[in-house]
Write a protein that binds this ligand. Structure first.
Ligand code: GUN
Length: 169
């Protein structure tokens, strides 16, 4: 086990993170009070939920998935993280979250609901990238769809190489 793998293990423990179905690790840090809810088509949701989300050299990809809710991402620590977004009309956007704002990296990223999103931690000295997400209306698995490689590939054939790389086979 390398020094940085040990450190990352300690960080996962210190932050109380668990593996996420998308890849990477997470912990829900906040949900608005039970009486503070909103009604959406699918039912009742917390107004807002928040998580830590960590990508590491051993789990470097948050695979393509789509949330119905808006999500604001806040960059914290480590190596930059590259986000790949596919909009419903097929428009592709690549954004890098990181500390180097002068080089165009961003500290905050708003991803509206209804957009396919994947993330990858970039190669660097830290071996990890840590962000937080605020989700509104609050996260519920019923509002989230993991990307199916074949289905996404049929919908967006022009992005097949990315879809193949950033979905689970
Ligand atoms: N993605 C964004 N927020 C959440 C959350 O609260 N739980 C899970 N499992 N995934 C999320």
């Amino acid at each position: 086990m390398t020094q940085s793998t040990l450190k990352i293990g300690e960080m996962i423990k210190a932050l109380g993170l668990e593996p996420h179905i998308e890849g990477g690790f997470f912990r829900r840090t906040y949900q608005s009070a039970d009486e503070n809810t909103v009604v959406i088509a699918g039912g009742l949701r917390h107004c807002m939920t928040s998580i830590f989300y960590l990508l590491t050299q051993d789990s470097p990809i948050g695979h393509f998935h789509l949330n119905q809710s808006d999500i604001v991402h806040y960059y914290h620590l480590g190596d930059p993280i590259q986000y790949t977004l596919i909009f419903p009309d097929g428009t592709l956007k690549t954004i890098v979250m990181g500390h180097d704002v002068l080089a165009g990296q961003c500290l905050q990223l708003h991803v509206p609901g209804g957009i396919w999103k994947a993330s990858q931690v970039m190669q660097g000295a830290a071996g990890f990238g840590l962000i937080s997400e605020a989700v509104t209306p609050g996260f519920d698995f019923a509002d989230m769809e993991m990307g199916d490689r074949q289905k996404l590939g049929q919908q967006f054939p022009e992005h097949w190489a990315l879809i193949e790389k950033l979905t689970r086979g």
